[in-house]
Design a binder for this molecule. Structure first.
Ligand code: ZN
Ligand code: ZN
Ligand code: FE
Length: 709
């Protein structure tokens, strides 16, 4: 007879971990108990097969559980009679808010089983799946603290909820056709509403469908409805994501690697950007990529069971505002012909996550459904601190005691709606975790709404330079996930569109060693202020001027000489814009990242590049030659030049490289750089759990604070 005490930490609460332990222990005829404690889960097992339990339990985890640390101690048997799930210890202060997860395999089987009482039930969920973040109103995570509170469990659901052998054990949003929310479309209810939705989509109608974190606008892909949707949404050329019935359908439309397939079919179920095989010009004009995903909620699964075509599925919002979550608002928006919705409230909206794969690893563009909020245990303690991020792709990060939390994607805080949503997320997190920040960390840009908000709080404020925050976000991933030492030295790249520099210039092509900016792309001037982000000719004309080449109009020249509404920049994002113009690919930035995608599409391979020069930490590319070069060769030579600059500097400093900043969402540039580094035997780190773009600025701000105090 043996006995063990096992302490487990990681994502082990609210994911069906205790029932899993209970069932495994009982199947091995063990006695003992399992309970949640402040650090995670405590297990005591005793019996003949206790050793077998220790060996096996790590291999058969419930799908959402993730073990970070296990501590096994041999103890003397106490003669316990049975195995039980004990109430939590007093030490338990907090349960973390989990992300919303897509439907699990077992629930999927249930809704297609005509003998199951949840057959075709659009709100099935269990401890392994379903909504969390978007329905939680308060902590602890209990039914009464969710928007499921008004729905009273029926007897059968109650029984499953209390049964440790059931996968519905303590599944807070548990429900069934007798007691749960109702789906409706006009006067049609539940499955009939889904059948009608399928019919309308087939007919070419545009529907608003209430997803987990907000409404989607949905129509039949590759049909005229897509054009109509673009027109009604006033959406220019920005690509739409497409939802496919299954992975086979995706493989017909796009190239899919093994890593991409894993990501697409994961529990997190993000939109994954792939290389097109078919044109999909209506969905993603001009570019060779397409964002795809699979049905993630029972509603979409049931809908796809009735149709044999793909759907354009895009967040319902007006330009850059947050995704719409209320029925009244979606109806007044007037974009959809019909609305398929349900009577459970979405407490706070949450967008779909977006990712790509580079070298078989995910690279995240946006953390939303499935991925965020993310919580971490720290090895040291923090005072209550809030980090408010930048202006675009905003997120917030919160630190307190030994905990760090990163919120899902909030959006671009340029309008009232987004700002309100931002403040709601800040207030919700502080209220639910019962903390009052004593310090707020913000960007240095004085005009960012987040900076102004930080300064209005009346607590201690700390400004962190934008690109340093980029670098520190990556360091956070290395320390938190990879458990690398913080003393490691790197040459850190931070390349993006815009970040306020300590010298008042707009930075965006920076190299750091520790906190010191050791190199940057040579400055050039752009006339036109904010307008230059859309009108990319302004970047091109400004860059040409520096090389004594006359391109702009008279007004531009006047502004340039008198420095009217002019800014000085080292931004690689603006270099991409200028180069796209020089190459004749575009004269207007249709959406963020557009010029980069055009340059990628035009890339032809090889080693050809332009000359560059690195002097006193200033990097200048021979743009004089570039501007006069054969237009068709410019994109290829430009990307090769950037990749060579990366390697040259890495060699010069003799340090491993760390990649950060939105420019590296450019898959071709990143791949070229990595291949060259591999060839030279130089090591590097690319983040794969947090966004490489401004979505991780809040995390970086917080990590900078943690590292300096
Ligand atoms: Zn499930
Ligand atoms: Zn029920
Ligand atoms: Fe940035």
């Amino acid at each position: 007879m043996q006995a063990f005490k096992i302490l487990v930490s990681g994502r082990v609460q609210g994911v069906g971990f205790r029932p899993f332990v209970y069932n495994l222990a009982r199947s091995l005829e063990l006695s003992g108990y399992v309970r949640n404690d402040a650090q995670g889960v405590e297990i005591v097992v005793e019996g003949e097969k206790a050793q077998e339990f220790v060996e096996r339990f790590g291999d058969e985890l419930p799908p959402l559980a993730k073990i970070e640390r296990v501590e096994v101690t041999k103890i003397s048997p106490q003669g316990l009679r049975r195995f039980e799930i004990k109430k939590s210890q007093n030490g338990l202060k907090r349960t973390f808010i989990s992300p919303d997860m897509s439907i699990c395999k077992e629930c999927l089987a249930d809704i297609f089983d005509s003998n199951n009482r949840r057959y075709r039930y659009p709100f099935i969920n269990c401890t392994h799946c379903g909504p969390r973040y978007t329905i939680i109103t308060d902590l602890p995570y209990d039914r009464k603290n969710t928007t499921m509170a008004p729905f009273v469990m029926c007897m059968e659901c109650q029984k499953e909820y209390e049964d440790p052998t059931s996968r519905f054990f303590h599944a807070q949003p548990i429900s069934c056709p007798n007691c749960g929310p109702r789906l409706y479309l006009d006067s049609l209810k539940n499955y009939e509403a889904i059948q009608e939705a399928a019919r309308l989509l087939q007919e070419g109608k545009i529907l608003a469908i209430k997803g987990v974190g907000g409404y989607h606008l949905v129509c039949k892909a590759k049909s005229l409805a897509v054009e109509e949707l673009r027109r009604r949404k006033r959406r220019g050329k920005k690509p739409f994501a497409v939802m496919f019935k299954d992975i086979e359908a995706i493989k017909e439309a796009c190239e899919v690697s093994e890593a991409e397939e894993r990501l697409i079919t994961s529990n997190e179920n993000p939109i994954v950007i792939l290389k097109k095989k078919e044109p999909f010009e209506l969905e993603a004009p001009d570019i060779d990529r397409l964002g795809v995903f699979l049905p993630y909620s029972p509603i979409y699964v049931l809908l796809f069971d009735l149709i044999d075509f793909a759907l354009v599925v895009t967040s319902a919002n007006i330009s850059d505002e947050p995704i719409v979550k209320d029925e009244e608002k979606i109806r007044t928006l007037g974009i959809a012909d019909e609305v398929l919705c349900y009577d459970r409230k979405i407490e706070r909206s949450c967008d779909d996550s977006v990712a790509v794969c580079v070298e078989d690893k995910p690279l995240l563009y946006r953390l939303g459904r499935g991925f965020a909020p993310r919580s971490f245990k720290l090895t040291s303690s923090l005072p209550p601190v809030l980090a408010v991020g930048a202006q675009q792709k905003s997120t917030i990060a919160l630190g307190f005691e030994d905990t760090l939390i990163l919120s899902p994607h909030i959006g671009d805080i340029a309008n009232i709606e987004s700002f309100e949503y931002f403040t709601k997320v800040v207030e919700d997190f502080c209220r639910m975790y019962e903390i009052a920040p004593r310090v707020v960390v913000h960007d240095l840009h004085p005009l960012y709404e987040t900076t102004k908000y930080a300064k209005s709080l009346g607590i201690q404020t700390i400004g962190v330079q934008h690109h340093l925050a980029h670098v520190y976000a990556v360091k956070a991933e290395m320390e938190l996930i990879d458990h690398r030492l913080k003393e490691e030295r790197f040459l850190a790249l931070a390349w993006d569109g815009t970040g306020f520099g300590t010298d008042g210039a707009i930075w965006g092509g920076e190299f750091f060693v520790e906190d010191k900016r050791v190199a940057h792309f040579d400055y050039f001037d752009i006339v036109g202020g904010e307008r230059a982000i859309k009108d990319i000719r302004l970047s091109a004309w400004g860059l040409a001027k520096k090389y004594g080449i006359q391109m702009g109009d008279r007004l531009f020249d006047l502004g340039y000489e008198k420095k009217i509404n002019t800014f000085t920049t080292s931004s690689v994002g603006r270099l991409f814009d200028a180069v796209a113009y020089f190459a004749g690919l575009a004269s207007f930035q249709e959406y963020e990242g557009y010029t980069g995608l055009l340059i990628e599409k035009a890339y032809r391979g090889g080693e050809d590049r332009y000359d560059f020069d690195i002097k006193n930490g200033k990097i200048s590319i021979d743009f004089g030659s570039l501007i006069q070069d054969d237009k068709t060769l410019i994109p290829t030579r430009f990307l090769n030049t950037l990749a060579d600059i990366v390697v040259t500097l890495a060699k010069e400093y003799g340090l491993p490289l760390l990649f950060s900043g939105g420019v590296f969402q450019n898959k071709t540039l990143l791949k070229l750089s990595l291949h060259r580094l591999q060839k030279e035997g130089i090591s590097y780190f690319v983040p794969s759990l947090f966004p490489i773009n401004d979505g991780a600025i809040s995390l970086g701000q917080l990590w900078w604070f943690k590292s300096h105090f």
